[in-house]
Design a protein around this ligand. Structure first.
Ligand code: NAP
Ligand code: MG
Length: 498
């Protein structure tokens, strides 16, 4: 598909949606027969009715996953053979890349220019990377005495529940299922209720690639029903969760109250971008800062929502950020010229507007934006919004807004900058800008965050682990070999030699 408005619209109009659960290699309706509507946040119109799975459906999927796991059809398959299947899966994702990009654009209101050039290519790359790792990981022999042989092995955990958010639907699915499947587990995935379509299609393509029935199941449904049923299931060995800190806590509770399943959480953030007075090129800083704050409409866990700028360069930087932000067009996400699409749903739009009002009420200086726009479309669009002279105690500086709202906070000394950066319950990501190599190292080490990017805004790539300190996460990392390993259990085999 060419990234051209008319062609994108035409292709989108022809899409067919898969709307049922995918369990044991087959599409199935929810046992109750119930469905829920999914809508296009750029029009406010319903797109499809999706199977509303609940605890009996989760149970059916977990049974299929357990049966497949115990049979060894995937879990004990030769790693090189598992790799071949996963590489074919990646090829099929690539063959259907436009379709998958459009599903995420239609359901999540994300710009097609991002879905087609970032989300889906990253999704495919993630599956390929973990597939390639499958037959390159060696196991360990412990340094025992000659009378013993001790093997330290990594075995798949078993049945892994994955519960994911709506902001990067296909990519978040890939970050979980890539390493989980590559390590030999069976998966039961619950997509966010607002964005089920790409995950269901991915399961169908995985089956077409040769992933055996029961190994990759998708149970769409609501968090409180299907999500909770996964969290409390006695035969789920592990849950990998991405979402809000608030819901992440529930999974720890579910595990404690059920079978002590392993829990890994990737949660929210309030990431600082620290700009020192010696930053090399303020135009480049502004470009990165705008990307960090407004990419994906700010609906991004690593969103650089606090721009902590040295007093000497702050005004110049704010002017550059504002000028650049004005060029980030907001509108129909199917139009490739738009950099921002719609907020995910009306209640979320209202929440974001509420934060903007709180910023004004607390005395932050509004530089631009602040209003709902394009209301006639029926969609939930909001202007790119910039606040200057924000104090780190204000609500807009403390809480995750998950919208295109950037707060600029001034500082005078390095110690003050570090203190401001760390004065948050979160610790997912951070960036800093300076030409001083010593300072770059010092501050990167001092900031308590899972990923610190220097002289750019970045989450690294598939080779680097991604996850949070403090209340941004619990135990886990996505991406890289560390993600692969967390979907395994350590086993010791101790042998007495004659
Ligand atoms: P959310 O409300 O926490 O939902 C995440 C998932 O949990 C969804 O599938 C949701 O289902 C489910 N859920 C909700 N309530 C539940 C319950 N009581 N029991 C079990 N499951 C439940 O998060 P979101 O609004 O979808 O996404 C935004 C959040 O995700 C932000 O805080 C963002 O920072 C975070 N995020 C983090 C990362 C990271 O890597 N650290 C990446 C992306 C996003 P429903 O859809 O039905 O609510
Ligand atoms: Mg939610």
């Amino acid at each position: 598909m060419k990234l051209e408005y008319l062609e994108v619209k035409k292709t989108a109009a022809k899409l067919k949606f898969r709307t049922k659960a995918f369990v044991d290699g087959k599409f199935v309706a929810a046992r109750s027969g119930k469905t829920f509507a999914t809508e296009n946040p750029a029009t406010g119109k319903a797109l499809a009715e999706i199977a509303a799975c609940d605890s009996p459906d989760v149970d059916r999927a977990v049974k299929a996953a357990r049966k497949a796991f115990d049979s060894g059809v995937w879990s004990r398959q030769k790693p090189g053979d598992r790799k071949k299947v996963l590489l074919k899966f990646a090829d099929l994702l690539e063959a259907h890349a436009s379709e998958l990009a459009l599903l995420d654009t239609l359901e999540a209101g994300k710009p097609i220019s991002d879905c087609a050039t970032m989300d889906i290519p990253d999704t495919i790359h993630c599956i390929r990377w973990h597939a390639e790792a499958t037959d390159k990981l060696y196991q360990h022999v412990s340094p025992t005495g000659p009378e013993n042989l001790a093997l330290v092995l990594r075995e798949p955990v078993g049945v892994v529940g994955c519960v994911i958010p709506w902001n990067f639907p296909a990519q978040m699915a890939a970050w979980k299922i890539g390493p989980a499947l590559a390590a030999g587990n069976s998966v039961v995935l619950k997509p966010a209720e607002l964005t089920s379509l790409s995950a269901i299609r991915m399961a169908e393509l995985a089956a077409e690639a040769g992933v055996p029935g029961g190994v990759f199941n998708v149970v769409p449904g609501l968090g409180e029903t299907a999500g909770q049923a996964i969290g409390r299931h006695m035969d789920v060995d592990m849950v990998a969760f991405t979402g809000s800190t608030e819901v992440g806590r529930y999974f720890l509770k579910y595990a404690a109250e059920s079978n002590l399943k392993r829990i890994i959480l990737e949660c929210g953030g309030k990431s600082p971008q620290v700009v020192f007075e010696d930053a090399a090129d303020l135009d480049n800083v502004a470009k990165n800062a705008v990307g960090a704050a407004f990419w994906n409409m700010g609906e991004n866990c690593s969103c650089g929502s606090r721009l902590i700028a040295h007093k000497k360069i702050k005004d110049e930087l704010v002017a550059k950020v504002a000028a650049l932000a004005r060029t980030w067009r907001v509108g129909d996400p199917l139009d490739p010229r738009n950099r921002l699409g719609a907020m995910i749903e009306k209640p979320h739009l209202e929440k974001v507007l509420g934060y903007i009002e709180a910023g004004k009420a607390e005395g932050a200086k509004q530089v631009m934006g602040g209003k709902r726009i394009l209301e006639k479309s029926g969609g939930y669009f909001v202007e790119v919004t910039l606040f200057d002279d924000v104090s780190n105690q204000m609500k807009i500086a403390r809480e995750e807004i998950f919208g295109p709202v950037l707060s600029v906070i001034p500082f005078s000394t390095e110690a003050e900058a570090v203190a401001l950066a760390n004065d948050t319950n979160y610790g997912l990501a951070a960036s800093l800008y300076t030409q001083d190599l010593n300072r770059a190292h010092r501050v990167a080490r001092a900031i308590r965050a899972g990923t610190v990017s220097v002289n750019c805004f970045s989450e690294g790539d598939i080779t680097t682990p991604f996850g949070g300190f403090k209340q941004s996460g619990f135990f886990g990392r996505d991406k890289s070999i560390w993600a692969h390993q967390q979907y395994t259990e350590l086993k010791t085999i101790w042998m007495q030699l004659a």
